[in-house]
Design a protein around this ligand. Structure first.
Ligand SMILES: [Cu+2]
Length: 362
C-alpha cells in the first residue's frame, strides 16, 4: 500500500560505470516510474485497491518521479545517462524513445560490461522491480528548427508476456516529452571497450562446475489447503485427497493462496545453500493466468535474455517468468552468509504471501 501510494525512491551506489569518462561527463536523469493505484475516492487503504484487474480498470497512467508526462531537455548531440527504475506495482513498460537508440549499460544496478543498443523499432522491457541504465545521444536539430520534441513511449505489448489480466493487451501510452534545443554539442558515446572493466560479475561458463544444490522455485496462485498445525509445510490443492471436509480454506468464498513452492510465506520454511558454491535455479510460474517477476535479494543471477541483437547472457536480480514456464538461472554465493528473501515483485502477490526465505550457510 505504501509503494502503491508513491512511497518509493532511488538509492544510487556510485562508482564503476560512473568513472568511465564518457559517462562521467553525461548529465544524469533519474526516472522512477510509479503506478499510483488509488481508488475513486483517492485512497489506497487496502491491497484490494490494486489487486488483479484494478490497475487496468482505473485507466490511470504510469508517472515519472510523480509527474504525469514531464518534459526533459537535451542539447543537440548531448549524451545523457538515464537511470530507469520500475517502482510501479504491476503494469510492464516497453520503453521506446522516438528517433533515438537506447544504449543500455546496466541492468538491475549491475554494469553489463558492454553496451546493448536498442534500435528505433525496439524497446526496453521493464517489469516491476527492474532497473535499466541507458545512454541517449540527442539527435541533431532539423535544419532551421529551434527545437524538436520526441516522445518517450510505453509501446503496446501483447497480452502473452505481461503480468496483467490474462490475455488483455497493454495499450501504448506517453511517459515523457523529450525536447532537444539549444547550442549543439558533440559528446561521444563510450564503446564496449570503455565499459568492459566495470562488468559487475564474471560469467559462469558452460564447463564450470556447479558445486551447489540445484534450487527449484515455483510461484503459484490457487486454492490450497494449509494445515494450521504444520506451519511451513507444503499445502495441498483443494481438490486433492486429504483436505478436511470442514475446512473453510477451500470454500467458494475462500481467497486464493499466493505461494512459493506450495506455501504462503512462513518463517518455518527456507531454501538453503552453501557459501562458496555455484548453483542452478529453476524458477517457474505455475499459475495459468499470470506471470511473475522473480526477485532475489543479495545474490544476483546470470540469465539468458532476448537482447537487441539476439540472445545474450546478463546478470540481474529481477526476471519476469512468463506464465506456465520455467527459466534457468545461475548464481554464485560469494560473500554473504545469512538469510534473505526471494519474492514476486508484483506487490500485492508478495504481500499476500508470495515470498520465501533463503539461507546461505557459511
Ligand atoms: Cu506474482
Amino acid at each position: 500500500m505504501q509503494v502503491s501510494s508513491g512511497m518509493a525512491g532511488a538509492l544510487i551506489i556510485e562508482g564503476g560505470l560512473d568513472d568511465v569518462p564518457a559517462i562521467a561527463q553525461a548529465r544524469e536523469q533519474i526516472f522512477v516510474f510509479q503506478q499510483i493505484s488509488y481508488d475513486e475516492n483517492g485512497e489506497i487503504e487496502s491491497i484490494g485497491v490494486f489487486g488483479g484487474g484494478k490497475w487496468e480498470d482505473s485507466e490511470r497512467h504510469t508517472l515519472v518521479n510523480g509527474q504525469l508526462v514531464p518534459t526533459l531537455y537535451l542539447r543537440p548531440g548531448e549524451v545523457q545517462r538515464w537511470r530507469l527504475i520500475h517502482a510501479g506495482i504491476r503494469e510492464a513498460l516497453h520503453l521506446q524513445l522516438e528517433g533515438h537508440t537506447l544504449h543500455e549499460i546496466a541492468l538491475d544496478g549491475l554494469s553489463m560490461g558492454r553496451i546493448s543498443a536498442w534500435g528505433l523499432d525496439q524497446s526496453i522491457e521493464l517489469y516491476p522491480g527492474y532497473r535499466s541504465d541507458v545512454l541517449i545521444k540527442a539527435a541533431p536539430l532539423p535544419r532551421k528548427a529551434p527545437s524538436a520534441t520526441y516522445l518517450l513511449r510505453d509501446i503496446a505489448s501483447s497480452g502473452e508476456r505481461m503480468a496483467l489480466r490474462a490475455g488483455a493487451p497493454e495499450d501504448s501510452s506517453i511517459l515523457a516529452r523529450v525536447v532537444v534545443r539549444g547550442e549543439p554539442v558533440n559528446m561521444a558515446l563510450p564503446g564496449d571497450a570503455d565499459v568492459a572493466v566495470t562488468k559487475a560479475h564474471e560469467d559462469i561458463k558452460l564447463g564450470d562446475l556447479l558445486t551447489g544444490v540445484e534450487q527449484s522455485v515455483a510461484f503459484n496462485i490457487a486454492k490450497f489447503y494449509c494445515d494450521p498445525d504444520a506451519p511451513g509445510e507444503a499445502c495441498v490443492p483443494c481438490d486433492q485427497a486429504g483436505v478436511p471436509a470442514d475446512s473453510n480454506q477451500c470454500s467458494d468464498e475462500a481467497p486464493n493462496k499466493f505461494m512459493v513452492n506450495d506455501r504462503p510465506f512462513s518463517e518455518n520454511f527456507q531454501l538453503t545453500a552453501k557459501l562458496g558454491t555455484v548453483a542452478r535455479w529453476k524458477v517457474a510460474s505455475a499459475s495459468p493466468s499470470s506471470g511473475h517477476p522473480f526477485h532475489i535479494h543479495v545474490n544476483p543471477f546470470q540469465v539468458e535474455r532476448q537482447g537487441p541483437q539476439g540472445w545474450e547472457t546478463v546478470w540481474k536480480d529481477t526476471m519476469f517468468i512468463p506464465k506456465q514456464s520455467t527459466l534457468e538461472l545461475l548464481t554464485r554465493y560469494r560473500r554473504f552468509s545469512g538469510s534473505f528473501v526471494i519474492h514476486c515483485h508484483i506487490l500485492d502477490h508478495e504481500d499476500n504471501g508470495m515470498m520465501a526465505l533463503v539461507k546461505i550457510d557459511p
